[in-house]
Design a binder for this molecule. Structure first.
Ligand code: ATP
Length: 361
């Protein structure tokens, strides 16, 4: 079993409180799952990965894999005994070795027979689609192909766990998009447990089964890509993953908030006290504008508002509106291009209750 359990993990660099990198991380990565560590620069993703890999010692907390305690203050199982492989953003393939030799190297130092090396290298090169380029040198490969070699090299030693630190960030945008699907496919073929660091939410959504959103050295929320998008629990989660309108206000009663003098029905996943300062989050594409037709929101209960168009941008596949609603707050709405209002027009809006999420401020 390669289930990873991270308990109350703490790490600081130096002494000051401003040097706290991890402030008590709790996270379980299930056997065979891809967990993305997502978050802004400096939130502690790489530190977490380096602690997982055994390259750093924690100041507090524990890391378990199955029933093995791998890290605690004063006791770190060294990287080579952790059954983990690591891939970085720089592919770090050896320029003077062929693709085959690059991938075979990790096995040759493990005293695997030549026959077995050939079999395993060929199998893993086939998985990453590089078997026909086995005799090439890195200089004869594209960036994406070099990253595939790095992936093959990490996989060939059959690790229990693959740790990936922004593995696609050196690739151009098109290739990066293609490689996301490749990495997911590779995982689905091998079933390996993966921890995947990225600051790119789209990359996390494509590659991961679940996402752990980190902020200031803590786990803000964990969930499937859909849960993270549809049910953000904090303002940070709502605005980091996808775009969101956030209307600040007060909780009047369960499921009812007041924002800028306007009362709105909303859905909450957490019990909050009456009077709590809250934000109501609603995605721009969930905001219904008059002229949409009722098809999209047939049957759903909505808040009805009126407003005035402040800005309208035609984006080809959609229109992006900025609307001033009753009470003075501003709301973005993303509609089909057929909904065509001009700046200054009065419009009716509907905010479906199910799409209005309450988060504590
Ligand atoms: P990025 O996306 O920019 O790589 P990250 O989420 O991976 O960021 P970490 O590299 O884990 O963040 O850094 C977490 C915090 O620890 C940051 O505030 C960073 O400045 C600090 N930090 C990281 N490495 C060191 C170090 N070797 N010495 C001192 N501070 C460090």
């Amino acid at each position: 079993m390669a289930e990873i359990r991270i308990k109350e993990l703490r790490k600081r660099y130096g002494l000051g409180s401003e040097n706290v990198a991890l402030d008590g991380i709790d996270l379980t990565v299930r056997d065979g799952e891809v967990m993305a560590l997502l978050g802004p620069s400096g939130c502690g993703k790489t530190t977490t990965l380096n602690l997982l890999g055994g390259f750093l010692e924690p100041d507090g907390g524990e890391i378990w894999v199955g029933d093995r305690l791998l890290s605690r203050p004063g006791g770190v199982v060294p990287p080579e005994q952790r059954h983990m492989s690591l891939i970085f953003q720089s592919y770090a393939v050896w320029p003077h070795k062929t693709v085959f030799e690059n991938v075979a190297f990790g096995l040759s130092i493990r005293k695997v027979t030549r026959f077995e090396i050939k079999r395993r290298v060929e199998a893993v090169l086939r998985i990453v689609g590089m078997h026909q380029l086995a005799e090439r040198y890195p200089a004869e490969l594209s960036g994406g192909q070099q990253q595939r070699v790095a992936l093959a090299r990490a996989m060939v030693v059959e690790p229990e766990i693959l740790l990936a630190d922004e593995p696609l960030s050196n690739l151009d945008a098109n290739l990066r998009e293609e490689m996301r699907f490749e990495i997911r496919r590779l995982h689905d073929q091998t079933g390996i447990t993966m921890v995947y660091v990225t600051h790119d939410q789209a990359e996390a959504m494509v590659t991961a089964d679940r996402i752990a959103l980190l902020n200031h050295g803590r786990v803000e929320q964990v969930g499937t890509p859909e849960e993270m998008y549809r049910k953000p629990r904090t303002m940070f989660a709502a605005t980091f993953i996808g775009r969101s309108n956030t209307l600040e206000g007060t909780l009047i009663e369960s499921g009812l908030v007041e924002c800028g003098g306007v009362r709105l029905r909303a859905t909450a996943d957490q019990e909050l006290p009456v009077g709590a300062k809250i934000a109501l989050c609603v995605r721009p594409h969930d905001v219904w504008l008059s002229g949409n037709g009722d098809a999209n929101h047939g049957g759903s209960v909505s808040n009805h508002l009126s407003g005035r168009v402040l800005r309208q941008i035609y984006l080809g596949e959609s229109r992006d509106y900025l609307i001033e609603i009753d009470g003075g707050a501003q709301v973005r709405a993303l509609t089909t291009p057929a909904i065509n209002h001009s700046v200054g027009d009065q419009v009716e809006l509907k905010l479906p209750v199910e799409a209005c999420r309450v988060v504590q401020l």
